[in-house]
Design a binder for this molecule. Structure first.
Ligand code: SF4
Length: 336
């Protein structure tokens, strides 16, 4: 941490560790260093707050007291135990990881082997590796990012990869390798109960003496989170013109930047003479920061010029139709 001298880094580590030992909340997953239990708690805590996670955690472990019980469970039982937590793919990943652990004979005890399990990312791997095996890997979750952004007065956008890399480096530099478990949990706890969003409780903070944002009065302003591009809604109309067993389509250039070679339904600007009949169907489709509200209209068309072309209806299912055209035709009952 280039912001602090080695002696200040040592002082911050000590203050954090002492504060955690004196103030940590008594939570069920803190009463164990069993990697199975710690892992399950970390996955659940990614989805819900501490208070809400406790009953789920206790019920889940009563039902699946060890990794073998989880590995052997059925889909129905698994989803039942996970019901209410959402993100069911995570539940399936948890069981897939349990099956790998059982097949390997033991819970992996290195960071690389832990992160290789299904559904485990850098944060969970660092948490389990440090809390259960004392390995020197710093955790970086939202709470820790907030603490570090304030401590070092990081003014980059917290969502950018450059800022995250700097914070990951700060987290690793600050890690107390004599007790990674205590240190990581102290950082997470500080972010959860003291260095909270909007109104941090700096008066109660054990590291306020070294906190750059506190001394410059910027604590409540950090971390910086820039607004994402605004979502725009756009209304569009697609025309379904059918005549003598043919439907009117156009094909995108093969080398078009987007959807090259795909067939589309025409829009009114391509058929100024069109006589519209009735609304067939409406749907919305999101692409990057746009939401398109499509109205699919049955139309009667006389003349149609290139690139528009009449295509036999029987050929439709064999053509590369864009997702939007496919949705419109399915909703308008032209395609099954
Ligand atoms: Fe967070 Fe305030 Fe502590 Fe700085 S002094 S780490 S802003 S709680």
């Amino acid at each position: 941490m280039k912001e602090f001298t080695p002696s200040r880094v040592r002082a911050i580590r000590r203050a954090l560790g002492d504060w955690y030992q004196a103030n940590k909340r008594d939570l069920p997953w803190r009463r164990t260093s069993d990697p199975y239990r710690v892992w399950i708690s970390e996955i659940m805590l990614q989805q819900t707050r501490v208070a809400a996670a406790i009953p789920y955690y206790e019920r889940f472990l009563a039902r699946f007291p060890d990794v073998a019980a989880l590995a052997a469970t059925s889909d129905d039982d698994l989803l039942n135990a996970w019901a209410g937590l959402g993100y069911y793919s995570r539940a399936r990943n948890v069981r897939a990881a349990a099956q790998m652990i059982v097949a390997n004979g033991a819970f992996p005890d290195s960071y690389d082997a832990i992160i290789a399990l299904p559904g485990i990312g850098p944060y969970t791997a660092a948490a389990v590796a440090s809390i259960c095996f004392g390995l020197p890997h710093a955790v970086l979750d939202g709470n820790v990012m907030r603490v570090l952004a304030r401590l070092t007065q990081e003014e980059g956008d917290i969502q950018s990869s450059g800022t995250r890399q700097r914070l990951q480096q700060s987290a690793q530099d600050l890690l107390d390798i004599s007790n990674p478990s205590n240190h990581n949990q102290a950082m997470m706890e500080l972010g959860a109960v003291v260095c909270i969003p909007r109104e941090p409780k700096c008066k109660f903070c054990p590291i306020s003496k070294d906190c750059r944002a506190y001394s410059s009065g910027l604590a409540a302003e950090l971390p910086i989170k820039l607004r994402r591009a605004e979502i725009r809604r756009v209304r569009r109309t697609l025309l379904v013109a059918i005549r003598n067993g043919n439907i009117l389509l156009w094909q995108r250039e093969q080398d078009a930047a987007m959807l090259g070679g795909f067939y589309e339904l025409p829009e009114p600007h391509q058929l100024p003479e069109v006589k519209t009949a009735k609304l067939l169907f409406e749907f919305s489709h999101a692409i990057t920061n746009h939401i398109y509200d499509f109205h699919v209209i049955a139309a009667r068309v006389g003349q149609a010029n290139s690139p528009l072309q009449w295509v036999r209806l029987e050929q439709l299912s064999a053509l590369p139709l864009s997702t939007v055209a496919r949705k419109a035709l399915a909703g308008g009952k032209v395609l099954p």
